[in-house]
Ligand binder design. Structure first.
Ligand code: THU
Ligand code: ZN
Length: 141
């Protein structure tokens, strides 16, 4: 559980990350902020490329920043998209987030009118493929 102040800060950080997006091809800019169990915040934005398929989603870049700083337990994530219908993280990002959370993670989506929707990672992705499945599988040697 995180408090109102942390939620407000997360949304604000996601909003300020959005203009940094490199999205010349889609024109669709996304800003993200992540809160870790150590109380630190990491921002991310989408990074497109002329080789379109190597585009990085905003969530992925925030995850990479947090992990590069030595953080592997995430409490909450906010996505800011200056759109009428702001989305929650896509399926790929849900899988990427599960690696660093066991389902209690708060996910907030905010759009251009400043209104937010909230859910949890468990609700967005109920039966994830997790590190547990890999560890419990037979190992071919
Ligand atoms: N995008 C994200 O940053 N996160 C998602 O989960 C969905 C899509 C970005 C990728 C691309 O730069 C733009 O949105 C349009 O698809
Ligand atoms: Zn995604």
């Amino acid at each position: 559980m995180i408090g109102r102040e942390e939620k407000t800060k997360l949304i604000e950080l996601a909003r300020t990350a959005m203009p940094n997006a490199h999205a010349p091809y889609s024109g669709y800019r996304v800003g993200v902020a992540l809160l870790t169990d150590r109380g630190n915040y990491y921002r991310g934005c989408n990074v497109e490329n002329a080789a379109l398929s190597i585009t990085l989603h905003a969530e992925m870049t925030a995850i990479a920043s947090a992990v590069a700083a030595g953080e592997k337990n995430f409490l909450a994530l906010a996505v800011f998209t200056p759109a009428e219908y702001p989305p929650f993280p896509c399926a790929l990002c849900r899988q990427a987030l599960i690696e660093f959370n066991r389902g209690e993670m708060l996910i907030i989506a905010t759009g251009k009118d400043g209104k937010s929707r909230e859910t949890t990672l468990a609700e967005l992705y109920p039966h994830p493929f997790s590190p547990f499945h890999l560890l419990s599988g037979d190992k071919k040697t």
